[in-house]
Design a protein around this ligand. Sequence first.
Ligand code: DGL
Length: 270
Amino acid sequence: MNRTNPIGIFDSGIGGLTVVKELEQILPNENLVYFGDTARVPYGSKSNEAVIEYSKQDAKFLLNKNVKMIVVACNTASSVALNDLRKSFDIPIVGMIEPGVKAAINKTKNGKIGVIGTHATINNKAYSKELLKQNKKLKVFEKACPLFVPLAEEGMIDHPATKLIAEEYLSELKKKKVDTLILGCTHYPILSKVIQEVMGNDVVLIDSGKAASSIVENYLQGRGLRNESHQIGKREYYVSDLPQKFKTIANTFLGKPINDLRKIDLEDLF
Ligand code: DGL
């Protein structure tokens, strides 16, 4: 494997750009290829079978771009499909769950950890299983917060409706006195301000994408695969559909405008 090959990142849509943002911070010189399956988003309300099938197609698309490793930026795909992906493809694959779990375990003091995510992520208990595998004594409380996805995409970041919904979703976790909360969905870092307000400043929020970026860095470093170029890496973005408002939403998620965006045909994935 060549160290100048790109890192491949995929997500169900554009939410994974929050993970690209973190990767860019920590590994600016790496070349990145991003695929967002915008034609088939959301994955969070789909069956496991569908998410596994789509994730394999997404990974195959990236492999054809000669990536040196794959980051599954989508928490839903990480929860449901990571094992299948690792069995199917002979390439390092980093998901969101293990990094998020490690970061949460490092931070918790009272051993009470909350996890929020899509229905699929929460129903599959990927985070709680991994947390309890690492430490049986932890108390884990999970809650699906599906409305956070459209709220983030609508840019309703400081909106009173978002605050109300956050209070409704998070009240149970607050009552359980979690001291650490895993943001187990690509979109939730966008809403971290309101989530922090509702949970209180004593609760540590864990951004799985940020945690995963450090794991990617360590992995590349450890295997001598880090791109040592002194230039900012190339970025290529691919999507399976170009929804209206794409550019505005992408801007919010990535923190800057997207260049080099290409739409592919969904058939190219099969
Ligand atoms: N990217 C998904 C996740 O992180 C959220 C959007 C979806 O449901 O596809 O779980």
